[in-house]
Write a protein that binds this ligand. Sequence first.
Ligand code: R5P
Length: 286
Amino acid sequence: MIVVGGSSSRYLAKELASILGCTYVQAASTRFPDGECYTRIDIDSLNDDVVIVQNTYPDENLVEMFLIQDAVRRMGARTITLIIPYFGYARQDRIFKPGEPESAKVMARHLSMVCDRVMTVDIHKEAVLNHFDCPHRDLKAAPAIAGYFKGKNIDLVLAPDAGASARAADVGEHMGIPHDHLEKIRLSGVDVRIAPAKMDCRGKNILIVDDIIATGGTIIAATEQLKEAGAKSVTVACTHGVFVGNAVERLTGSNLDGIFCCNTLENKVSSISVAPLIAAALMEKE
Ligand code: R5P
């Protein structure tokens, strides 16, 4: 097996290759003066099972992925597995208003053209995977998050909304501690309201678990409610730290006591590695 890392996931891809004990090659990607992507896989042959690790977000990484796929196929890859740690466009999974495209389906169909298998991590809507014309699997980051926080004095795991409750339950069960969820009302793309916490938060160290942090609005609102309800500390763990604009600064300047993300998106708070769970999935017999 050979692991090829795209520029969005170079540390994750390298760690994955190290766990698997296989060859790692970094796609040498640069930009032409006009911004177009140039990439090259600098290795003599890829006559092996090849794993490409690259996000499809933002759009420039999606384009880089298409180019890497073509280069890898041309260099003789026997099979191609796409590891897409953060699959962009998963939130645009259906037509909300007439005249819109089915964005997630468009991306999945195009990515399927040059690959044999796809793995994602905590994709926002699992149904999106059905648009891939090849075997596909979504890996769950919950065990990695639970492993990271085990023994760190957390009393309660909470989801910021009902939609994330299964994820919080998964983390709570892996840690052997209680879990619950808050109620969120989305007012606009940036504004959310979290209803006052009904559970007993007094004196508790609470871990909020979500799949995505974008503007940070959800987590800031949830933290305020939990602190108002008497929580001793509020820490957040998310799979994908998208962090739109100054979200990290807003979060670190809020009442939150700690912020930790998985390395599906590589940034200064992505300290929880999903490489071991991707490696385990790749080593499983089909
Ligand atoms: C919503 O369905 C997601 O699970 C996240 O809660 C949401 O994307 C977070 O967005 P923001 O950080 O902008 O509040």
